[in-house]
Design a protein. Structure first.
Length: 185
């Protein structure tokens, strides 16, 4: 499958007899973004910002790993680049964020990997601003966790995803950059 053929609405199957929404062999759920915002607020009440960020990072990382496996198994991407680009396409279709890749340089034989782009309309940043307020650091840990888990699973090599700009800290847009972990040093 080519990335140009990936449209979440066409890949989802609704099984009305069992009330299951399926993406390939994976069950999906739909819930209001405000429910996740409420969870964010609750975690802040019982713990702290560090716990909130760790919770959502881990949740995103697991989702990214799982999506990488599911997309490979159920939708057979034609190329490594198609497989890499499917993650942002699926995330966009899920309403999590409008992911817009800008740069993709893949050269694992020479130890180089770079994937950069923009995250527009991040529900995570919007919920953060609505419930916690503006801060001095990026907050889209669900997205960075997803990117890290997704790309690490595909490349079979540890990467590090970073959010380099975030609307929750006053930037115009959220931006991401993913590199092999050792390339950040």
């Amino acid at each position: 499958m080519k990335i140009k053929d990936v449209h979440l609405k066409d890949l989802l199957e609704i099984h009305e007899d069992t009330a299951k929404l399926m993406l390939g062999s994976t069950r999906m759920v739909i819930m209001p973004a405000d429910s996740i915002g409420e969870l964010m607020e609750f975690i802040m009440q019982i713990s702290d910002e560090n716990m909130l960020e760790m919770f959502f990072y881990r949740m995103g990382e697991h989702a990214g790993q799982h999506d990488a496996e599911t997309l490979k198994r159920d939708f057979s991407p034609d190329t490594l680049e198609d497989w890499l680009a499917m993650g942002p396409a699926i995330h966009s279709g899920e309403g999590i964020v409008h992911a817009k890749p800008e740069v993709m340089e893949v050269d694992p034989d020479n130890g180089h990997f770079l994937f950069k782009g923009v995250w527009e309309n991040s529900f995570m940043a919007e919920q953060w601003l609505d419930r916690i307020g503006q801060v001095d650091h990026p907050v889209c840990t669900l997205l960075t966790g997803y990117a890290n888990g997704y790309v690490t699973k595909i490349m079979g090599h540890e990467v590090e995803a970073r959010e380099t700009a975030c609307i929750a800290k006053g930037d115009d847009v959220c931006r991401f950059e993913i590199r092999f972990k050792e390339e950040w040093d």
